[in-house]
Design a protein around this ligand. Structure first.
Ligand SMILES: Nc1ncnc2c1ncn2[C@@H]1O[C@H](COP(=O)(O)O)[C@@H](OP(=O)(O)O)[C@H]1O
Ligand SMILES: [Mg+2]
Ligand SMILES: [Mg+2]
Ligand SMILES: [Mg+2]
Length: 353
């Protein structure tokens, strides 16, 4: 199989980082700081990014990483640095050969800061670049909703390997998608899924474990013979995607089921495994540039499960022009057969605005 080592390393790296995020999710201490764009970041985001970049740099030292976070706050804030260091040291896979494949524990605080700071690549359309979102859906993570640990390898600007860890999603791929999945989520028994996909090789899910990789199943999107029966998902945060436009599109498609709101790329993962059908992310503010790490892994997963993804105008997402998708606005994902119809209606709704 192509990119077998890359997929393995990415799955193990995300699995190890999820051990850390789960610890923070169930703890009162989240060390929440506010970033310059007023969005939140926690000790979970920072620890997970350090662990994942350390894993990538161990296995593929030449590769670049576009990561959401950096070490600026930790270099200034000793208390926060100590909290993250304790978490990073504690997060270990319980299978030694799995842990070895991703380089074993980070050795020093300096190594942790260097790893965390090694996600500053500007991306581009040449060579191998990883896109990393250590916690996607930080607001959901803090609220007790869905969140996802997301990692993708882009080759010459094309998302090629995608891995998403969803600690709060039900393991059962067929579990119906209703509003309870997105709200008041937890990571108790029966929860925690690790998704993986390689371009041209299909997509899989398996239970998120603490050790070696096991028990993967092929996943695919559900057939939707009648688009009015589709279920669609969208962001919980009204500032991230226009709930009004999404509702207008659903109504024009004849969809009467209420939308399922959930945070993070758990939306891509949920439609990829056929728990839902359509993901709508209509722009609220046309000046906002979507970040590549918010989409790269989800796009590989959906494409490999039988779906198509574009921006709201039906334009392919261009991951090869930097850290953002500045040539695109909004995102639409749906099974291949109904995708043209969905885009047609999305354009109708946007045209009358
Ligand atoms: N105005 C905006 N429009 C669209 N996305 C936004 C946004 N402001 C922040 N985001 C992104 O929305 C992501 C969460 O998406 P969702 O709403 O699907 O959960 C955030 O990821 P992080 O939580 O990793 O920062 C952030 O990058
Ligand atoms: Mg994100
Ligand atoms: Mg994030
Ligand atoms: Mg963020």
């Amino acid at each position: 199989m192509a990119y077998e080592k890359e997929l393995d390393v990415a799955l193990l790296a995300v699995q190890r980082a999820s051990i850390l995020t789960r610890t923070v999710f169930s703890s009162h201490t989240k060390g929440t700081l506010t970033k310059s764009d007023s969005s939140p970041v926690t000790i979970g985001d920072l620890g997970a990014q350090a662990l994942i970049i350390a894993s990538i740099k161990h296995a593929f030292p030449e590769d670049e990483v576009v990561g959401e976070e950096d070490a600026d706050d930790l270099r200034k804030d000793e208390q926060e640095r100590t909290l993250v260091w304790d978490l990073v040291q504690a997060a270990r896979l319980d299978d030694i050969s799995a842990e070895d494949k991703i380089g074993g524990p980070i050795k020093t605080v300096d190594d942790m800061l260097t790893a965390l700071d090694s996600g500053r690549s500007n991306g581009g359309n040449k060579g191998r670049v990883w896109a990393l979102d250590p916690i996607d859906g930080t607001k959901g993570f803090l609220r007790g909703g869905q969140y996802a640990v997301c990692l993708a390898l882009m080759v010459d600007g094309v998302p090629t390997v995608g891995v998403i860890g969803c600690p709060n999603l039900p393991i059962d791929d067929q579990a119906p998608l209703d509003s309870s999945v997105g709200a008041d989520a937890d990571d108790k028994e029966g929860k925690g899924v690790l998704f993986g996909a390689v371009k041209g090789e299909g997509a899989t899910s398996r239970p998120l474990s603490k050790g070696a990789l096991q028990g993967s199943k092929k996943i695919s999107m559900k057939a939707v013979p009648d688009v009015s029966q589709a279920s669609f998902c969208e962001s919980v945060e009204a500032g991230h995607s226009s709930h009004g436009d999404n509702a207008a599109i659903a109504s024009k498609l004849g969809i009467t089921k209420p939308s399922v709101r959930m945070d993070s790329q758990a939306k891509y993962a949920s439609i990829a495994r056929g728990a839902g059908d359509v993901y709508l992310r209509l722009p609220v503010n046309l000046r906002y540039e979507e970040k590549i790490w918010d989409h790269a892994a989800g796009v590989v997963l959906v494409q490999e499960a039988g779906g198509e993804v574009s921006d709201a105008w039906g334009k392919p997402l261009n991951f090869g022009i930097g850290r953002t998708l500045k040539e695109n606005k909004g995102v639409v994902a749906a099974p291949r057969e109904i995708f043209p119809r969905v885009i047609e209606v999305v354009k109708e709704v946007l045209d009358v605005k």
